[in-house]
Write a protein that binds this ligand. Structure first.
Ligand code: AMP
Ligand code: GLY
Length: 435
């Protein structure tokens, strides 16, 4: 920490802890502020929390001016979709994250589907509705499973993969009536169900160029075997073996480049992390499930744990329009992040439980905090996803063993996690071992 640059990370989850932890290691960085941060960021050397909310754009502008922030990195989607980057740019503040117009790739599913169609980028067939009768008729005419999505932001929960017509009709009704997601659900997209294996493919984008980060896969479902309600993500690992070299090339050629070039051509150039949520079919053909205008959470935690090269340099190169002049270097090992959640999550959950066992460290694991807060000398739970316990290993199986061992040392009342994060990769590794 000999640098002079002050960096601001906007957000307070596990992704932002990982970002702050990684950015403060840059030799050019003197100090990292996190707004609002959590108990984990408060504890990092060189990192300081500031009590400004991630969506308080006025407050963040003031903070950036007052503390002479040289670069702001925005974690979550809500401030990006609300235009934080445009506002910072207008104030002469340097920021890494897309403009509101470019952030529509996440902010509006209808926008994204039309954009993908226009540019011939592979994705599920779809139709868009605001009228309940027309939407219901469409559901009745199509086979199940069928996928119903709220158009706007719904904290990762606005998607129903309906197995039956009745379930699909109920989802349509819940969303279009405004009951399920308020205004975010008054327009819906109904799309074809895609089968295959999912992967998260996240790039650093700027100047019409994209530099891919290591691939990853997350587990959105709450229950073992990927069952039960959707969450923000119960764990992730990197790399994702389903993204082999040939598939990687296809993703860049068929999805990332046309997207980045299409946004540029439309007069809405993209600067920031671009997250493509993909379905890879058994033949290795990728299709877009969704775009996000930010890093994934929890994907960021295992990805950044594997990043050996300087993150700041990469982000700065992207802002300057030439990210490809930096080549990220990766730890050869696999990394996994297991989310420890509060009892009740993704539904209602209690806060304020004391967390024990956080300081029992070892060199193969690292805990990124998400929903935690300081209460005197205690660290207490303050969110649904509380911690992301990460492990590194020669393969996903070993990384998982180490992460789960560490999980076993941490506790609070009602803590739970999925023990099967990475099961597809671990099964593959077992198959390969048998050959
Ligand atoms: P999204 O919020 O769009 O990423 O959707 C949440 C989850 O729903 C995805 O991670 C997929 O598991 C699933 N999903 C969304 N769209 C589709 C689709 N067209 N076919 C199959 N599964 C889907
Ligand atoms: N882990 C999925 C997301 O960040 O959207």
């Amino acid at each position: 920490m000999n640098g002079t640059l002050t960096v601001l990370v906007v957000g307070g989850g596990g992704r932002e802890h990982a970002l702050a932890w990684k950015l403060v290691q840059s030799k050019r960085v003197a100090r990292v502020f996190v707004a609002p941060g959590n108990a984990g960021t408060a504890d990092e050397h060189g990192v300081e929390n500031v009590a400004v909310g991630a969506e308080d754009i006025d407050g963040l502008v003031t903070l950036a001016h007052e503390r002479s922030v040289g670069l702001t990195v925005v974690g979550p989607e809500a401030p990006l979709v609300a235009g934080i980057s445009d506002r910072f740019a207008a104030e002469g503040l340097r920021v890494f994250g897309p403009s509101a117009a470019a952030a529509r790739v996440e902010g509006s599913k209808a926008f994204t589907k039309a954009f993908l169609a226009e540019h011939g980028i592979p994705t599920a067939r779809y139709a868009e509705f605001t009228d309940p009768a027309a939407a219901a008729a469409h559901v009745r005419e199509h086979a199940t499973p069928i996928v119903i999505k709220a158009d706007g932001l719904a904290a990762g929960k606005g998607v129903v993969v309906a197995q039956s017509e009745a379930e699909a009709l109920a989802a349509v009704d819940d969303m279009l009536s405004g009951r399920a997601f308020g205004d975010a659900g008054r327009r819906i997209v109904i799309e074809e169900f895609l089968s295959g294996e999912e992967a998260s493919f996240i790039c650093v984008v700027g100047g019409g160029e994209a530099v891919p980060l290591a691939s990853s896969q997350d587990h959105k479902a709450a229950g073992e075997g990927d069952t039960g309600p959707n969450t923000g993500g119960m764990g992730a690992y990197s790399p994702a073996p389903v993204v082999d070299e040939a598939t990687h090339d296809r993703i860049m050629r068929e999805i990332i480049r046309p997207t980045v070039e299409g946004l540029m051509a439309a007069g809405t150039p993209y600067t920031g992390f671009l997250y493509a949520g993909l379905m890879i079919d058994p033949g290795g053909a990728p299709r877009v499930i969704e775009f996000n205008c930010r890093l994934g959470d929890p994907e960021a935690q295992p990805i950044l744990l594997r990043l050996r090269s300087d993150l700041l340099e990469l982000l700065e190169a992207a802002i300057d329009g030439d990210p490809t002049r930096m080549r990220p270097e990766w730890d050869e090992r696999a990394a996994i992040g297991v989310v420890m959640a509060a009892a009740g999550y993704p539904g209602n959950y209690a806060k304020g439980h004391t967390i024990s066992g956080l300081d029992a460290g070892d060199s193969h694991t690292r805990i990124f905090h998400a929903g935690t807060a300081r209460d005197g000398d205690r660290v207490v739970t303050s969110g649904g996803r509380v911690l992301c316990v990460c492990g590194l290993g020669k393969d996903v199986g070993e990384a998982r063993l180490r992460a789960l061992e560490r999980v076993g040392t941490v506790d609070w009342k009602g803590a739970w996690h999925r023990p099967d994060i990475g099961h597809r990769a671990v099964a593959r590794e077992r198959d390969e071992g048998r050959r």
